[in-house]
Design a protein around this ligand. Structure first.
Ligand code: ADP
Length: 195
């Protein structure tokens, strides 16, 4: 298996780049944000619980997200690999993912971190909010809260992976194609090493 993590703050372009990466490398896209929005749309008990956190710009509890990831992973047993997007977002989630990888006798090949300034992020999110129908993208207060949560709870995840030497920073500003090319260069390099 060839498993990647796409890492970065809200609005850094993870969703956009994920779509292109899964198409190019034949990976399964595992976006916890998408899975949660799907649960919300279907009004499942999990979705209704998750919505109360998401609307406030907070994280959904670890055990809920980890359970969802485990189930999705098992649903795609024969995958060539996974692209994790928006997960792990806390150190507890990163540790749970380490365990899952070990259990499945596989590993994370690379953590790709998209670097974008906060000013640019707010602009992108407010813009996305105009068309996405995502309630968490229309209120600047909620957006700022998501950044605060990102800084407090998610940046330590970067430290977790830096220790393993798999962490790569990629400039997340520029055209979609420029960023995609930069990501592919790193991934192709890792593929050669992993052969
Ligand atoms: P963004 O990266 O733009 O914040 P996502 O679609 O990844 O958007 O996530 C939207 C919301 O879903 C987050 O603000 C959070 O409340 C919840 N969420 C997504 N992934 C996780 C996760 N791994 N752990 C906890 N909450 C999550």
């Amino acid at each position: 298996m060839f498993n990647l993590i796409l890492f970065g703050p809200p609005g850094s372009g993870k969703g956009t780049q994920s779509d292109k990466l899964v198409a190019k490398y034949g990976l399964i896209h595992l976006s916890t944000g998408n899975l949660l929005r799907d649960e919300i749309a279907r009004k499942t008990p999990l979705g209704l619980e998750a919505k109360t956190f998401i609307d406030k710009g907070r994280l959904v509890p670890d055990e809920v997200v980890i359970g969802m990831v485990d189930a999705y992973f098992d649903k795609h047993k024969n995958a060539r690999g996974f692209l994790f997007d928006g997960f792990p977002r806390t150190v507890a989630q990163a540790i749970a993912l380490d365990k899952l990888m070990e259990l499945k006798k596989t590993s994370i090949v690379s953590v790709l971190s998209l670097m974008v300034s906060e000013e640019e992020l707010v602009k992108r999110l407010l813009n996305r909010g105009k068309t996405s129908g995502r309630s968490d993208d229309t209120d600047e207060k909620v957006i700022r809260k998501r950044f605060a949560v990102y800084n407090d709870e998610t940046t330590p995840v970067a430290e977790h992976y830096k220790k393993g030497g798999k962490f790569e920073e990629i400039r997340g500003e520029g055209t979609v194609e420029e960023i995609f090319d930069a990501l592919c260069k790193v991934i192709d390099g890792r593929m050669i090493k992993n052969r």
